[in-house]
Design a protein around this ligand. Structure first.
Ligand code: ZN
Length: 342
């Protein structure tokens, strides 16, 4: 699997080398615009290197350089070639997990959910959350970039789902009461611009529910934190300031237990114009990375507890899905107790 992953990455970059269209982009910091950064890690592949840098002005971690959006689209297309010619049907265990995630997402914003409101789920995946919202009375639309997931969502769940590729998301302005964006911003090439787009898609009193992985999390092995497609690694300070620069005000923030994901409810306000530099945050992030090497992780009980936890989850999920023959049945059953919106 790892070999396949490397093969796909290399193919995407090989093409870039042979065609000017796929040239790399040099970036400045997306949050503070500084070009003063230090290299924190690099990975060697056959004919290119992936570099992750830490901004000395604000503590944002980002990939530099990055592929162009066209190059990245090609990378994802090649990755999903393995399904080519097949009808993609996710495993029932995966759908059950998605159902539980949709309920968690529902609970996070249930006080804002009303009958007839417009909701955009910008990270729709197989469409489980859009399906839940539609079932309970709101007008929901999902956005996804993987054609196989879209195909499943349309055929099996009959929901409204559109294909937009990451930063290229396009929607009419002032249309949505709620936008949800789970684990999508770290995959984008320019998260500040994407947040500004969400701002423009929202109605004046609309809200954005945003969740991103947290660089301070300790449940992830250090060597998994800087994957190729994670172009940004945020901590609480950098994601909060990025949201404020895009014109959002923070309504509330929670750090999810165990995963330590950062989950925020944001509302429309004025873009924050002041200085966003924060040398203290740079030092904090730097210390957090330096103090958390692979060996620290491997000698701690974390990987072993996580492995046991995964086995337990696998068994629970296997048992839970035994009664079902389709993904839709699972979703219907899991969502049955959620009341219709008023
Ligand atoms: Zn910066």
């Amino acid at each position: 699997m790892i070999l396949n992953y490397l093969k796909y990455m290399n193919r995407a970059y090989n093409l870039k080398h042979n065609n000017h269209k796929y040239k790399k982009l040099e970036l400045t910091c997306n949050l503070c615009n500084s070009s003063d950064h230090e290299l924190i890690t690099s990975k060697d592949y056959e004919d290119y290197k992936s570099f992750k840098v830490l901004c000395r002005e604000c503590g944002l971690i980002y990939s530099n350089p990055v592929p162009t959006l066209e190059g990245l689209e090609l990378y994802y297309e090649q990755k999903s070639e393995r399904y080519s010619g097949e009808i993609f049907i996710p495993k029932l265990r995966r759908i059950y997990r998605s159902a539980l995630r949709a309920i968690y997402r529902y609970n996070r914003i249930k006080h804002y959910l009303k009958k007839g409101i417009n909701v955009l789920d910008s990270s729709a995946c197989i469409g489980e959350f859009v399906y839940l919202l539609e079932q309970k009375g709101s007008h929901a639309i999902g956005v996804e970039h993987n054609n196989y997931l879209i195909q499943y969502a349309r055929n099996e769940l009959k929901i409204n789902i559109e294909r937009h590729f990451l930063d290229n998301i396009k929607m009419p302005e002032e249309t949505f009461d709620i936008i949800t964006a789970y684990h999508i911003l770290n995959l984008c090439l320019n998260p500040l611009e994407v947040l500004k787009k969400y701002w423009s898609f929202l109605k004046t009193d609309g809200i954005l529910n945003l969740e991103v992985p947290n660089i301070d999390a300790r449940h992830i092995a250090p060597y998994h934190r800087f994957r190729f497609k994670y172009f940004y690694n945020f901590n609480l300070h950098t994601i909060k300031m990025l949201a404020r620069r895009a014109g959002f005000e923070v309504v509330n923030t929670i750090i999810i237990p165990k995963s330590m994901h950062i989950n925020m409810i944001l509302k429309k306000g004025e873009p924050y114009q002041d200085e966003v530099s924060d040398a203290q945050n740079y030092v904090m992030v730097r210390n957090s990375i330096i103090g958390y090497k692979s060996l620290n992780f491997l000698v701690s009980p974390l990987p072993y507890l996580k492995a046991m936890d995964n086995i337990k989850k696998y068994m629970v999920l296997n048992k839970a899905v035994k009664e079902y023959s389709s993904g839709k049945e699972i979703l219907d059953d899991c969502f049955a107790k959620i009341p219709e919106f008023k």
